[in-house]
Design a protein. Sequence first.
Length: 484
Amino acid sequence: GTKRLPVISLGNMSSRQLVEQLNSANAWNRDTAQRMLFQRQAVDVAPLVERLFTASNNPLGRLHALYTLQALDALKPETIVAGLRDPHHRVRAHAVKLSEPFLKAGSIDLSLLEPLGRDTNDHVRFQLAFSLGETESPAAGRILAELAASPQSSPEVLTAVYSSCRTHAPVVLRSILHNTKAAGTPAGRNATRQLALMMGASADPGPARAALRAALEAGNGASLGSVVADLGTGLARRGAKLTDLVAGDANRELAAAVANAFQKAAATATDNDASTSARVAAAGILAWDRTQSARNALEELLTSSNPPSVQLAAVSAFGQHPAKEAALVLLESWTTMSPAVRRETINQLQTTSTGLNAILTSVESQDIQPRDLERTFKQQLLSHRDPKIKARSAKLLGAAVETNRTQVVQDYQKVLELDGDVLRGRAVFEKTCSVCHRVNGIGHAVAPDLVSVKNKSEADLLIAILDPNREAQPNFNTYNVITN
């Protein structure tokens, strides 16, 4: 049978003997010895625990030694420093955690933690990012910047970094922007974006102004533009405006810098020789320039001669402008818009009553045909919580919604006797059906791909076309939630 290990009675051991058990291979022995040393407050054996930490080949033993010293209030800075250099990553990570009160007191220099920002183990960097939030030293911000811009940082490490940026965000952003190599990498750009969003969303305008100054000091027009765009998004999340932020700057330096960024963005967005990605980014900056000159530049981007991504970026940017002016420009371009751009236009305008009423006015004037609006959007209008919009929608769109679909299918049974015409069918598909369906690379995958119905009979297809709600796949269902 299995040989049982002898049971050691720890209760009768001296404190010196309990220290030896901290290095035991038995987890219960280690835990119990540590608990008993704490209960006894055996401060007199602290030197023995320190020697155990230095001499032990067992990382678990070294870990118990560190926490026993902490429990006895006998943990020294030099022991922590040794732990930061431990060969085992778990010991290093716990040493970082235990260093927090020493960092606050200034008894451990932050430069000793800096190499851990490049540690090969994610767990160490994860703990480091959290612990740096416990000190207000600017040096902590510089280490956080290295972690934030590192391509090796996992999403978990980045979450820890941003959680520690409450007081360090300006230093972190400045450090990244002033490091041109880091700022130009995908990781650096993502970090810059996240920080600008955070600083813009802060109720205190100080961090947002600090972000603009950091971008201005970096002397990089592209960085300034991206910071402006992301700050604008962050500010909008708390109902603030970029123009109000810079208006509070006493020396007007920030206002001038932002105005210059807007001018450059307008020039880039409308430059047909600029790269598509640069034009899309420039349109994103113009979202926060509420002037007429910005709207004029964005309006130029709505023409069909521009790449689809540029048109979509312009529509998205208009979504941040006053609803009345945005609706006027967007709906004037409706007839020349592609289905995707029309869909984005509806997405932007449906967020306000002003936008919805502008859409209904265009339906009323027949600039927009009811068939141009997607079924789900029409259903939203017909069940809108605003009684005026609901009534107006019923008047303009109610007739377009035939309720007796069974009778409609019956009335069209005779078309099943006609011969099909592929060319005419293709033309109808591209004009009407491609808004939601896709086949052979043509159209949009909003509803099922038509390849999935190629084996259906003519009678089944007739029902699917005239009564599409009779059989709807669950993954294409939409729901409206009406809240009180």
